[in-house]
Design a protein around this ligand. Structure first.
Ligand SMILES: *Cc1c(COP(=O)(O)O)cnc(C)c1O
Length: 387
């Protein structure tokens, strides 16, 4: 039988899973109060921003969040018809580019607002960022009245058009009493500032504070947008979090066996000779390494799914290769598929599992899958199945 050889590596992006995830998450949002704002910064958390933007846009989403102007322009030039919002600081030098492309930016301070007002030759739409406890950027909201007066001042600046106001929770993914209280306090501070600003005559089209974690843990219909990120991708804000809805990881990472060989007791594998065979062992090398975004930190502490069975990673993970012990898995040969993230039958390895094993979060794993890994889109309209 002639064997078909797969490509070296690929990240499969399951658009049907992405579609189901968004549909499930919409179930948490009261119709007419809160609409989903899909967060597709960092190239859609490594999944590819435009295919996801197209999918969500077809599903009726008309508000997208990114983290900088380059990402915003990619969406606009890629056919985004809805609102595009830059969640953090952007340069006042870009004021007119923002206006010309109808991109909304956050405004994070009085100085930032003044600079935008000075640089803009036409009105730009902004959302006021309020810092209620994250401690990064934003107007201080410790005193609601003071905060509101500053917002009113910003509203009166030439060429600044306030479209919305928002804050960001620091610990909405935690169920610890202290963290629950902290999140509630953040929300109260925020709403107090919003109410005070409204009393001064400032109008907001959007008032928002929900991220993924808050949407499923402490939904509140006073947030007009739910800024959904990680859950859209089927991953968890925190490993310990129980998600009260079935979500499916959207990305799988697949590579192939490049060589199979038998090694003997005392033989070593890979750099530094950290792995020494205790017996005769069958090992499979794969052409994926840390340059593909697979964390080197997982050397000796990782697994792959090969022929439906779990194989342990052995020795150091190299830039472009890594090795698995396939002793006891029948008939492994060059070209066989190797699942590094994904599932097959009862076996499953998620980006969250990898993250947990190396002390980070799933976000960093998927964002870190590097550019040299081609993204292959399955399902949705992109598959070409309906032509
Ligand atoms: C990234 C980001 C989000 C999305 O966070 P998730 O945890 O992925 O849902 C929401 N709001 C802001 C301000 C962000 O920067």
């Amino acid at each position: 039988m002639k064997k078909e050889f797969l490509n070296r590596i690929r990240a499969e992006i399951n658009l049907d899973a992405a579609e189901r995830n968004l549909s499930s998450l919409k179930g948490f949002l009261y119709d007419g109060f809160t609409k989903p704002a899909c967060v597709i910064k960092a190239d859609g958390y490594g999944h590819g921003d435009l295919p996801l933007m197209n999918l969500y846009q077809d599903m009726g989403v008309d508000f997208f969040c990114v983290s900088n102007i380059e990402e915003a322009l990619r969406l606009r030039n890629g056919g985004c018809k809805g609102d595009i919002f830059i969640l953090g600081w952007s340069s006042p030098e870009d004021a007119d580019v923002l206006a010309e492309n109808d991109i909304i930016t956050a405004v994070v301070s009085r100085e930032n607002a003044e600079a935008f007002s000075q640089k803009a030759s036409k009105p730009i739409r902004v959302h006021i960022k309020v810092d209620t406890g994250m401690g990064r950027v934003g107007l201080n909201a410790d005193d609601a009245e003071e905060c509101a007066e500053l917002i009113a001042e910003i509203a009166a600046m030439p060429n600044i058009s306030i479209d919305g106001i928002f804050t960001h929770f620091a610990a909405a993914d935690s169920r610890l009493d202290d963290d629950i209280t902290f999140t509630e306090e953040q929300k109260q501070k925020f709403l107090a500032a919003v109410n005070a600003a409204e009393r001064l005559g400032v109008k907001f089209n959007q008032i928002h504070f929900l991220n993924s974690a808050a949407t499923v843990y402490c939904y509140d219909s006073r947030s007009t947008l739910a800024r959904l990120g990680i859950l859209l991708y089927g991953l968890r804000p925190a490993y310990a979090m129980n998600i009260p809805v079935a979500l499916q990881p959207v990305m799988s990472l697949k590579t192939v066996v490049s060589q199979v060989k038998t090694i003997h007791k005392g033989d070593s594998v890979s750099y530094g000779r950290t792995y020494i065979a205790k017996d005769d062992e069958v090992i499979a090398t794969v052409p994926c390494g840390y340059a593909d975004g697979y964390p080197r930190q997982l050397s000796g502490n990782c697994a792959a799914i090969i022929k439906g069975k779990r194989a342990k990673g052995i020795g150091r993970i190299c830039m472009d290769q890594m090795v698995f012990n396939v002793t006891g898995i029948d008939g492994v040969s060059e070209g066989d598929e190797v699942i590094l993230i994904g599932s097959d039958g009862n076996e499953s390895i998620t980006a969250d599992d990898l993250a947990e094993a190396c002390g980070t979060i799933g976000y960093e794993i998927v964002c870190g899958i590097s550019k040299r890994v081609p993204r292959i889109y399955l399902g949705g309209k992109q598959s070409g199945n309906d032509n």
